[in-house]
Design a protein around this ligand. Structure first.
Ligand code: APR
Length: 233
């Protein structure tokens, strides 16, 4: 039998895409400074004012379409040459995929997809940047962004936990770890796994004592340092 490839698992957040020009959520100029979560990112908001919610995500989608992966996304993908790399991302952009990552799990959905409001299993790829009122699924119900809103379940959590539990090396990149259940995934990283953190700001809370190295830097620099460190040790 072939030898067992070491597994590297990344948990990524908005910070990994910040240098691609996609705004984070909780920074001073972040998305949640200019938009109220309750107005645009909850099921209630979509019931109350679907046009506003669709407009908000159409804007997000245009931003993603205009963005390119950065070297942090690319360095993560390059590790696939030597490791079994998994990316668990809270991001709704597809920059990990466009950088070449093949095992990407989206916890909070994908901006380039839409889903039926009647049949949650009906998910379609959007061709253009717009999803509008009147865009219907085959059952005749309005399509919604394929996004996990606040107050909704995170269906990918179970798989994310299974992936994390098999990690030999786990790296948290560019997330404030303020949103659950996603932030709780770090609790499932086995004690035998090495743990790394990349973020320009001090984050991480309770699990800091387990962190082998905190690369306090933007994702592109931090990833270069992480790769160097892993290759050397
Ligand atoms: N490189 C790496 N990290 C960065 C960079 C950068 N260039 N710039 C900012 N950061 C860090 C910030 O310091 C912060 O810790 O990225 C993190 C972004 O945090 P948030 O804005 O809270 O984004 P995230 O953690 O992804 O949010 C989680 O909340 O609003 C919901 O569903 C949304 O998936 C999102 C979830």
């Amino acid at each position: 039998m072939g030898s067992h490839l070491e597994r590297i698992v990344f948990l990524t957040g908005a910070g990994v895409s910040a240098e691609s020009g996609i705004p984070t959520f909780r920074a001073k100029d972040g998305l949640w400074e200019n938009h109220r979560v309750e107005d645009v990112a909850t099921p209630e908001a979509f019931r109350r004012d679907p046009a506003l919610v669709l407009r908000f995500y159409n804007e997000r989608r245009r931003g993603v379409l205009a963005a390119e992966p950065n070297s942090a996304h690319r360095l993560i993908a390059e590790l696939q040459n030597d490791f079994d790399v998994w990316v668990i991302t809270q991001n709704i952009d597809d920059l990990h995929e466009r950088a070449g990552s093949r095992q990407v799990l989206h916890l909070h959905g994908e901006i380039k997809k839409a889903r039926s409001t009647r049949d949650p299993d009906y998910i379609v790829e959007l061709n253009g940047s717009e999803l509008n009122l009147g865009d219907l699924c085959p059952l005749g119900s309005q399509l919604r962004p394929h996004i996990v809103w606040f107050g909704e379940a995170v269906p990918a959590m179970e798989e994310a936990i299974e992936i994390a539990q098999e990690a030999d090396l786990f790296a948290v990149v560019g997330t404030s770890l303020q949103v659950y259940p996603a932030a709780g995934i770090v609790e499932f990283v086995p004690l035998s796994s090495r743990l790394f953190l990349i973020d320009p700001a001090p984050v991480g809370g309770g699990f800091h004592r387990r962190v082998e190295r905190f690369f306090q830097a933007p994702a592109t620099q931090g990833m270069a340092q992480l790769v160097e460190h892993v290759r050397a040790t």
